[in-house]
Write a protein that binds this ligand. Structure first.
Ligand code: F6R
Length: 245
């Protein structure tokens, strides 16, 4: 795993956006895996600015998001569909047929999971997957204890994850109990992974990831087994952890 140290969140966002923009320029038909949450917001903002200023085109790009809450439709303000519209999709030229998120209100949720996997496969697999890191080590919504073999599946969210995400809702009780998430094996099948880690609150998780043997008690530790992972972390997340450049 290569670790790139950024001065602060702003620099992390610039580095991550440039990384993705270069990938899109190298391969305009790239398939990207995308994440939601606080960490990638700055990255998406820079990608939107770049699209407006330099015209980087997403017309032939395909995207798959990591996850969606069960019970929230695509027009629900707290759905990840809406998050992606607000922070990225509405301001770039990505055709709607090429953006994919799990359907949180599918009648048959298990079928939805299978079809999501099939759609990823049909697109030729994910070329570069963007990830954030949960303070408990989750990636996507794969909570501690998730088997490394999992494909897209339904999960019960950990109380700490619901609490962490309550900031996006009017009330903590409104945070859904379940989500559909790409599985760990789905994530690991991406050709390349970029993990963004920002802020002091992620320091402990980042340290665990960098020192820990791979085990299912700490989902992100699976990344040590992937051949092409770049971690972009800011100084407050790293705070004293030596980096390998
Ligand atoms: C989001 C996701 C989660 C977040 C993680 C960190 O699609 O799958 O794993 O990446 O919870 O969230 P933030 O960035 O809000 O700290």
């Amino acid at each position: 795993m290569r670790v790139i140290e950024a001065e602060d969140y702003q620099e992390l966002s610039n580095l991550a956006a440039d990384y993705f923009i270069n990938k899109i320029k190298e391969n305009p038909e790239i398939t990207l895996g995308l994440a939601t949450g606080g960490t990638p917001k700055g990255t998406y903002k820079k990608m939107v600015e770049d699209h407006a200023k330099h015209g980087t085109s997403y017309r032939r790009v395909t995207t798959f998001n990591l996850d969606e809450y069960v019970g929230l439709g695509s027009d629900h303000p707290n759905s990840y569909h809406q998050f992606m519209e607000t922070h990225l999709f509405k301001d770039i030229d990505l055709p709607s047929t090429q953006k994919h998120l799990p359907n949180g209100i599918a009648l048959d949720i298990n079928k939805e999971c299978i079809e999501y996997e099939q759609a990823i496969e049909r697109s030729g697999g994910i070329d570069v997957q963007l990830l954030g890191l949960g303070s408990n080590g989750h990636i996507g919504f794969n909570e501690p204890g998730t088997a490394f073999e999992t494909r897209t599946h339904v999960v019960e969210l950990a109380p700490s994850t619901r609490q962490a995400n309550a900031r996006f809702f009017n009330h903590a009780d409104e945070v859904p109990q379940r989500a559909i998430t790409m599985g760990i094996s789905t994530i690991m099948q991406s050709k390349e992974i970029v993990l963004l880690v920002s802020g002091e609150s992620k320091h402990h998780a980042l340290k665990e990831l960098l020192i820990r043997q791979s085990d299912e008690g700490f989902p992100a530790s699976v990344l040590t087994k992937h051949p092409h992972v770049t971690i972009i972390a800011d100084r407050s997340a790293l705070s004293g952890i030596p980096v390998n450049g």
